[in-house]
Design a protein around this ligand. Structure first.
Ligand code: PMP
Length: 361
């Protein structure tokens, strides 16, 4: 049987080492005779796991002490509501940068709480999709914050520039690129990310927030979305998804063993470069995104002849290359290649793409 490589956009691959460790520990965690899922989140054993996970995340991202790390539920979509509820203050508008499906979805949700300002940054240059650089973003002086999405999971578009706006609160939806490269946390005021791509299993959402922004929540906020309450209760106001928290902690340890974000960034660069090079060198596959905005996590591509899509998906699946179908709103193919995707997975996909091109091209 072929080795299976899973290109799912999320929930996505989890490192094999992590799964093996979880398997070994599943029924007898730390020799207690039961699994981690069966102990209280308030037990000393679980609190150690939770604190260690936070510390490892802080180490990986170099998170300064004046930022809080919250482990929440409700996914990134929960944060589409939590952000305006917690950060609008007395202001009535916020800037939402529109770079694709997910940033637009955040804007739509924000309309429930304010009159958000949608700023489109997509442009077409010589048949390629490109995103305006930050200095060209037409942000509004009276807005409470700027919200943007550095990696559009569906569109395959990325923003690598780091925000440096004077006197502006910057919010980043890092759901599909957190921990894929080093960033300077201090360039952001709040970062959030659903776990199911680069962190661990679905069910936990991580928020990294500058401490002085906590405490301005709207009175009508549900308590479970109130950053002040979540923070005061050390992310345990309601029962946290303990297994997802534990498994995320194993992923953080795995990343540290791999050499941290510098090393994983190098590997992600190599992996995505190989795949884009394969696409660019062929007349059979196509990607029309400007080099500077190509995602290193979600590589979208089309077959020049869309009649071959179904057979491409069928044969790739039979070769052990799973979940290459692009999102239904844009069609084509998408290879999601998060941190857990080994280089061999990319090589295997490229080999298959060459075979398929020779056979049907
Ligand atoms: N933002 C981005 C960038 C995403 O990729 C996703 C999920 N694919 C979401 C938000 C929504 O996440 P969730 O399903 O965790 O609410």
């Amino acid at each position: 049987m072929n080795t299976i490589y899973n290109f799912s956009a999320g929930p996505a691959m989890i490192p094999q080492d992590v799964l093996n460790q979880a398997k070994q520990e599943l029924q007898n965690w730390q020799n207690l005779g039961f699994s981690i899922m069966e102990i209280s989140h308030r037990s000393k054993e679980f609190i150690e796991v939770a604190e260690q996970a936070e510390q490892d995340l802080r180490d990986l991202l170099h998170i300064p002490d004046f930022y809080k790390v919250l482990f929440c539920q409700g996914g990134a979509r929960g944060q589409f509501s939590a952000v305006p509820i917690n950060l609008l203050g007395n202001l009535k508008t916020a800037d939402y940068i529109d770079s694709g499906y997910w940033s637009k979805s955040a804007f739509i949700e924000a309309k429930k709480y304010c009159i958000p300002n949608s700023i489109s940054i997509k442009e077409q240059i010589n048949g390629k999709t490109s995103l305006l650089s930050m200095s060209q973003w037409d942000v509004n002086k009276k807005s409470a914050y700027i919200h943007y999405c550095p990696n559009e999971t569906i569109d395959g578009l990325s923003i690598y520039e780091e925000p440096k706006f004077k006197d502006k609160i910057i919010i980043g939806d890092f759901s599909s690129c957190i921990l894929s490269r080093s960033i300077n946390i201090e360039n952001y005021d709040l970062i959030y990310a659903g776990a199911q791509k680069n962190i661990g299993p679905a069910g936990i959402t991580i928020i990294i927030i500058r401490e002085n922004l906590i405490g301005y929540t709207s009175k009508i906020s549900p308590s479970i979305l109130d950053y002040k309450i979540i923070s005061e209760y050390n992310s345990m106001f309601n029962t946290p998804p303990t297994f997802a928290w534990y498994l995320s902690g194993l992923v953080f340890k795995w990343l540290k063993r791999k050499g941290g974000l510098k090393k994983i960034e190098e590997l992600n660069q190599i992996k995505s470069h190989l795949l884009y090079e394969k696409i660019d060198k062929s007349n059979f596959y196509i990607n029309t995104i400007d080099d500077k905005n190509r995602s290193k996590m979600n590589v979208v591509f089309n077959l020049v002849d869309p009649n071959l899509n179904e057979i491409f998906l069928k044969e790739s699946f039979e070769s052990g290359l799973i979940a290459l179908k692009g999102h239904s709103i844009i069609g084509g193919m998408r290879a999601s290649i998060y941190n857990a995707m080994p280089l061999e997975g990319i090589q295997s996909l490229i080999k298959f793409m060459s075979y398929f091109e020779n056979r049907y091209g």
